[in-house]
Design a protein around this ligand. Structure first.
Ligand code: APR
Length: 260
């Protein structure tokens, strides 16, 4: 088996030494962190959006859009079900665990995640902003009914509301939908007290609201890091670019932080 690429040891040491001197950290995570748990990413090699179109002849972005959910919800549900199926056998990894430990260590520590797999909270993190929602929180499209499920194994797809019989949907942000207001409010509130370090992990930085905290930190002289084997729009902005997989890199950072 090909050895897994590891991050440059000098860059890791530099990240560790900077992190020893800060009290507040914002971590931004994307599909690349859960890739170390075996989940597919959205973009890049083997990404869900690599194929031209779905069985229905539309792009996966179209299938997973709010407008398709309005007109043909069974198509959106089918693809959400496939995403959930890929999460079902998987678990949070060492990277998620290290981030949960870091929350205990730093005075102020927040995770802004685009992941809908719920792995951060499962690993024990409390300060998590799920900006794209969560696959396991379901809400009725017609009434106020809400419920949480462990997985979709026993769910008829599409599932119907126990209260009114209308269709349920997961509380995730579909393409062309607005970001959830409570998550945005928490993000704005936390961003008001700026973070001394911002670490972005396993995201293609496709969305402006994911790039912005890194750009703001960089412009105000805060310490910035990217952990991602590939290049992204923030790679050139950050102080340290760790070109390596997320879980092993976080494990090494944490190991060194705990040894003098
Ligand atoms: N460790 C770290 N990074 C990795 C790893 C790994 N083991 N494997 C892949 N990556 C990187 C890829 O290089 C890529 O830059 O993770 C990134 C994954 O990018 P995307 O698939 O675009 O995922 P993400 O940035 O989370 O996507 C954002 O797009 O479609 C939406 O709602 C979906 O939340 C998702 C959003």
């Amino acid at each position: 088996m090909k050895p897994r690429p590891t991050a440059d040891p000098d860059s890791i040491r530099s990240v560790v030494s900077e992190l020893r001197n800060v009290n507040s950290v914002l971590v931004i995570t994307g599909a690349g962190l859960s890739a170390d748990s075996g989940l597919p990413t959205y973009r890049g090699i083997g990404g869900l959006y690599d194929d031209e179109s779905t069985e229905e002849g539309m792009s996966i972005e179209k299938a997973l859009s709010g407008s398709t959910f309005q007109t043909t919800p069974e198509i959106t549900w089918k693809h959400l079900g496939q995403i959930e199926h890929s999460c079902r056998e998987a678990q949070f990894n060492r990277g998620h665990q290290v981030l949960a430990l870091m929350e205990q260590h730093f005075e102020r520590f927040w995770i802004l995640t685009q992941n809908i797999d719920g792995f951060h909270t499962a690993a024990g993190s409390k300060n998590v902003i799920e900006i794209h929602g969560n696959l396991y929180q379901l809400a009725c499209t017609a009434c106020d009914f809400k419920t949480a499920v462990d997985d979709y194994a026993n769910l008829a797809i599409p599932p119907l509301c126990h209260a009114c019989g209308c269709m349920l949907r997961p509380q995730v942000v579909l393409f062309d939908e607005q970001l959830p207001e409570p998550a945005l409010n928490t993000l704005y509130m936390e961003m008001r007290n700026s973070f001394e370090a911002v670490i972005t992990i396993g995201t293609s930085s496709y969305f402006p609201y994911i790039v912005q905290p890194v750009r703001m930190a960089q412009q105000t002289g805060r310490f910035t890091v990217e952990i991602n084997p590939d290049q992204t729009p923030v790679s050139k902005l950050v102080d340290e670019k760790l070109s390596a997989p997320a879980a092993a890199t976080l494990d090494e950072i944490w190991r060194q932080m705990n040894h003098s």
